[in-house]
Design a protein around this ligand. Structure first.
Ligand SMILES: [Zn+2]
Length: 285
């Protein structure tokens, strides 16, 4: 995939990689000592416990320092930002063609664990979209795993496909499709509800293909092998493929996503047709 030399998103990439959680012991500890000393000298027995509690709370919440990212990590971050910018340009165009306004979501890169509007998550969750804060969350390590554990080809366009798929969930949220489906799922049998989830996931794959179609027209990004990379990733994260390969590792955003064949089919339908009207995955279940 050609991505260098293209501008990134409008500041919508949040890079939280290399940040470690935990307390700043030194700062909190020093203040605590001063408080205890003051207590001793002043002779009161006031609210030391309360104050210490307060200090501890503050030190937990204090953001910790970030380690320097490696050159490879920085490059991956730049590429993710360009892909995010590409999704903004394409979806702005498609929304305006349909008389709507696109609201840009954020893409958060993290390592190990992250706090989101949908609760805390670890890398084990795989990439996901949180509708509550309208952000996509990804640990880039996922793509190494996609290759090593799930047998995908890897490559930059596999990353583009996954980002475009998650942005597809954002589009579904802006269009109200996700909300409609969640409502319909209430009171349904699990099997029926799962069918609707599969339709949502396949539509996100369709939107990823649609994005690739529009973006290729816009900036000619594709290189030989790119579509195969996307299809290989889609194939690798199909429910049937995952169930065959999984050994005790959970990737929730990969359950109830449809088979490998369905996922590839819908991506290609979006990519080849380039028509948003073709994306009704709910009628083909
Ligand atoms: Zn999904």
């Amino acid at each position: 995939m050609k991505w260098q030399g293209r501008s990134g998103s409008g500041g919508n990439l949040e890079d939280r990689r290399g940040m470690s959680g935990g307390k700043i012991a030194a700062g909190g500890g020093l203040i605590a000592v001063i408080v205890v000393l003051a207590q001793l000298f002043l002779g009161g027995d006031g609210d030391t416990g309360k104050i210490l509690n307060e200090i501890q709370k503050q030190s937990v919440q204090t953001p910790t320092e970030q380690r320097e990212l490696t050159a490879e990590e920085k490059k991956l971050g730049e590429m993710a930002d360009v892909i995010l910018g590409d999704t903004e340009a394409v979806w702005k165009q498609i929304f305006s063609e349909n008389g709507m306004t696109y609201q840009e979501p954020n893409l958060v890169l993290f390592t190990d664990g992250v706090e989101t509007g949908c609760g805390s998550a670890t890398s084990a969750a795989g990439p996901f979209y949180c509708p509550a804060d309208q952000k996509v969350y990804m640990d880039m390590e996922f793509f190494k795993e996609l290759q090593s554990r799930f047998g995908a080809k890897g490559g930059d366009f596999a990353i583009a496909y996954v980002i475009a798929h998650e942005i597809g969930h954002h589009v579904q949220t802006l269009m109200g499709t996700s909300q409609k489906v969640r409502k319909m799922q209430q009171g349904m049998s699990e099997a029926q509800a799962n069918k609707l989830s599969v339709a949502l996931e396949l539509q996100a794959d369709f939107y990823a293909g649609l994005w690739a179609h529009y973006n290729e027209k816009r900036v000619q990004m594709l290189e030989p092998g790119d579509i195969e990379e996307a299809l290989s990733a889609a194939q690798a994260v199909g429910d049937d493929a995952i169930q065959k390969r999984m050994q005790g590792h959970v990737v929730p955003d990969s359950f109830t996503h449809g088979t490998s064949e369905q996922r590839m089919k819908w991506f290609m339908k979006g990519f080849e047709g380039g028509n948003i009207q073709d994306g009704d995955t709910f009628n083909e279940l």
